[in-house]
Write a protein that binds this ligand. Structure first.
Ligand SMILES: NC(=O)c1ccc[n+]([C@@H]2O[C@H](COP(=O)([O-])OP(=O)(O)OC[C@H]3O[C@@H](n4cnc5c(N)ncnc54)[C@H](O)[C@@H]3O)[C@@H](O)[C@H]2O)c1
Length: 308
């Protein structure tokens, strides 16, 4: 049987990029999503190219539906990205818990019931507490978690769920914890503002990013490829890795956008997000055979060009 990759949340930003890279490398992909809105996929692939993807519209919170997808399509690799982001979890905590916590348990259960032995899934920098909790400098992957959002609490639950599935059923997993993902298709979530600024710049419009401070930025294309590798490279245990990269101020991102489009004004607020400035990715560098890291200036320039 050929390898078949399940991408939950395939209509989302990282999901669309993941499907794009799977197709580009000739892999068979099943997209499982509650939404059938292909606007992010349309930014990356022609309608014709998308015919190679199997689309299943379904609800992650439905245990049986998730298991049926695993069985019916003989899933061999899992990239679990579907989730509700911070504002949606804040607006409706019970639904946030159903999608992000129960949904992730459904993925692990389906893996267990169908003999899939490894799962890659999205955690987040939001598992950590605010910067003042930690010593200055890059935060190691094993720094204590202390989420200040329910979204972060649900991501901690996902990582602990993965540990139980390893101990009880020997299902290994790799969780990646992105910080601020940017790139075409990043149009929702707290940290989507820098990408919205790039889209505005491409239209020749000014934009104000409603937070400041400094953080790590990851190009969506890189993160998607890192998830594919995480799904392909089995791990001994339930591993959770920070994504790394330089710590860059939001003001510097604004400057890079204006360097690409000198005719627009991009500004940012002073307020700081409740996450540490940067996370150490040394353990991912030790584990992964490749680290995908497009330089920020190149990622921003190519994002603005793609929007234009
Ligand atoms: N984008 C970031 O900066 C960032 C940072 C850290 C972690 N993450 C995590 O990475 C993953 C992907 O992020 P993204 O930016 O692509 O998110 P996104 O919001 O763009 O996409 C999420 C997708 O999940 C789908 N979904 C929601 N509820 C569902 C359900 N009940 N059943 C099936 N599908 C459902 C949505 O329709 C959507 O297509 C998420 O788990 C997110 O928490 C993202």
């Amino acid at each position: 049987m050929a390898d078949t990759y399940l991408v939950t949340g395939g209509m989302g930003c990282l999901g669309a990029w993941t499907l794009y890279h799977l197709l580009r490398t000739g892999k068979r992909a099943v997209c499982f999503d509650l939404s059938d809105d292909r606007h992010r996929l349309d930014l990356l692939m022609s309608q014709d190219e998308q015919t190679a993807i199997t689309f299943v519209r379904g609800d992650l919170t439905d245990t049986q539906q998730v298991r049926t997808v695993f069985e019916h399509y003989a899933i061999t690799h899992v990239i679990h990205l579907a989730a509700l982001q911070v504002p949606f979890c804040r607006a409706n905590p019970p639904v946030g818990a159903q999608v992000n916590v129960t949904g992730t348990i459904n993925v692990f259960e389906a893996a267990r019931c169908t003999g899939v032995t490894h799962v890659a899934f999205a955690s987040s920098v939001a598992v950590y507490g605010p910067p003042e909790m930690y010593a200055p400098g890059l935060l190691p992957a094993d720094a204590p978690v202390a989420p200040r959002t329910l979204y972060g609490v649900y991501k901690v639950a996902n990582e602990l769920t993965a540990q139980v599935y390893w101990h009880d059923y020997a299902i290994s997993s790799t969780a990646l914890r992105p910080y601020t993902v940017y790139g075409v298709g990043r149009d929702q979530g707290v940290t989507s503002e820098p990408t919205k600024a790039m889209a505005a710049a491409a239209r020749g419009e000014d934009f104000h990013i409603n937070f400041g401070g400094a953080m790590q930025f990851h190009f969506a294309s890189d993160v998607a490829q890192q998830f594919i590798l995480a799904a392909e490279q089995p791990s001994e245990g339930a591993l959770a890795f920070n994504l790394g990269g330089p710590i860059v101020s939001v003001a510097e991102v604004a400057r890079l956008i204006m360097a690409a489009r000198p005719d627009v004004q991009i500004t940012c607020a002073d307020s700081v997000l409740p996450f540490p400035e940067g996370c150490d990715d040394r353990s991912l560098r030790d584990h992964a055979t490749t680290i995908f890291s497009t330089p920020l200036a190149d990622g921003i320039a190519s994002t603005i060009a793609a929007f234009a």
